[in-house]
Write a protein that binds this ligand. Structure first.
Ligand code: PBG
Length: 332
């Protein structure tokens, strides 16, 4: 026979040959502990309310939220991030229901914390948009612009009431300048050095938040482009990162996840604190909608999307599929 020198001697396909081989060489493994479940709790409802644009996700009642928290803990999920949806009549210009010790978010934090203790990290969204009648993440000045420094005072108060209600972790998500330092100082000022700050560090003004706005009954008209970042930019994320670290962030987050994997990778390379990524409502809705039409394999698409986020550098992933995925993965 003649030589076969023109055939490849090196064959990457050998390492893809069987499920056992692929499993052995996999560089990225999802684990239930990677996951955090974002959850909505609505004031004054007796039954969970489905969210049309997020099939399978509901606005919880206080009771159904407790149950969801227990299920997440049992599945091995690391944490639950709570968002409060107040009664419409309780919204006002300063979002006062967001700092009320008996507001829906604080009440839900107490409920969940009483239920799960330290078995599940109880996290709290720290932002005013669910509670303001204009739907912005901060308070407005006389000209109708979001007033950064006046908002910081509101965030400090929010941090204190959330810590007192039992949050292990607070997540300032309003993209106000200085928010991490102010929240850290507010917590330390009441002797709550133990409460961690998960900073929404690189948060982009994204069209993919659309379904979330339904989920929280948002009153927003217009956009958040004067405080959330422009999709065109990388460098300002690195600047936000430097500031958040200097101000005391314990964990830094990139949001959305899927369309910003390059940002996630850059941030993960740059820091030695844990990095989180938030797979947001629109990312969820797109996969659910395409799967419903029979256009993609839902379960595979979910796992692939989460694997991509972890591969890019996320230590922690917030995803509405947290409990389901954790169950599918198994605890060990
Ligand atoms: C602000 C906040 C938003 C989300 C999380 N925190 C909405 C926004 O910035 O408009 C979006 C999450 C999602 O879309 O899943 N409190």
């Amino acid at each position: 026979m003649t030589t076969y020198g023109h055939f490849p001697r090196t064959r990457p396909r050998r390492l893809r040959s069987t499920p056992a081989m692929r499993r052995m060489v996999a560089e990225t493994r999802l684990h239930p502990a990677d996951l955090v479940l974002p959850a909505f709790v609505r004031e004054g409802v007796s039954e969970p309310v489905p969210i049309t644009a997020m099939p399978g996700v509901v606005q919880h009642t206080r009771d159904s939220l407790r149950k969801a928290a227990v299920e997440a803990a049992e599945a091995g999920v690391s944490g639950i991030m709570l968002f409060g949806v107040p009664e419409e009549a309780k919204k006002d210009a300063t979002g006062s229901a967001g700092t009320d010790p008996d507001g829906i978010l604080q009440v839900a934090l107490r409920d969940v914390r009483a239920e799960v203790g330290d078995d599940l990290l109880v996290m709290s969204d720290l932002c005013l948009d669910e509670f303001t009648d204009h739907g912005h993440c901060g308070v407005l000045d006389a000209a109708g612009r979001v007033d950064n420094d006046a908002t910081l005072h509101r965030y400090a108060e929010m941090a204190r009431t959330q810590a007192e209600a039992g949050a292990h972790v607070v997540g300032p998500s309003g993209m106000m300048d200085g928010q991490i330092g102010v929240v850290r100082d507010a917590l330390d000022g009441i002797g709550r050095e133990d409460v961690a700050v998960l900073a929404y560090t690189a948060k982009y003004a994204s069209a993919f938040y659309g379904p979330f706005r339904e989920a929280v009954g948002s009153s927003l008209t217009g956009d958040r482009k004067t405080y959330q970042q422009d999709a065109a930019n990388t460098r300002e994320s690195l600047r936000e990162l430097a500031l958040d670290l200097a101000e005391g962030a314990d964990i830094v987050m990139v949001k959305p996840a899927g369309p910003y994997l390059d940002i996630l990778a850059r941030v993960a390379d740059a820091v030695d604190v844990p990095v989180a990524a938030y797979q947001i409502s629109g990312e969820y809705a797109m996969i659910e909608a395409a799967a419903e039409k029979g256009w993609i394999d839902r379960d595979q698409a979910i796992l692939e999307s989460l694997t991509g986020i972890k591969r890019a550098g996320a230590r922690v992933i917030l995803t509405y599929w947290a409990t389901e995925t954790a169950r599918a993965l198994g605890r060990d």
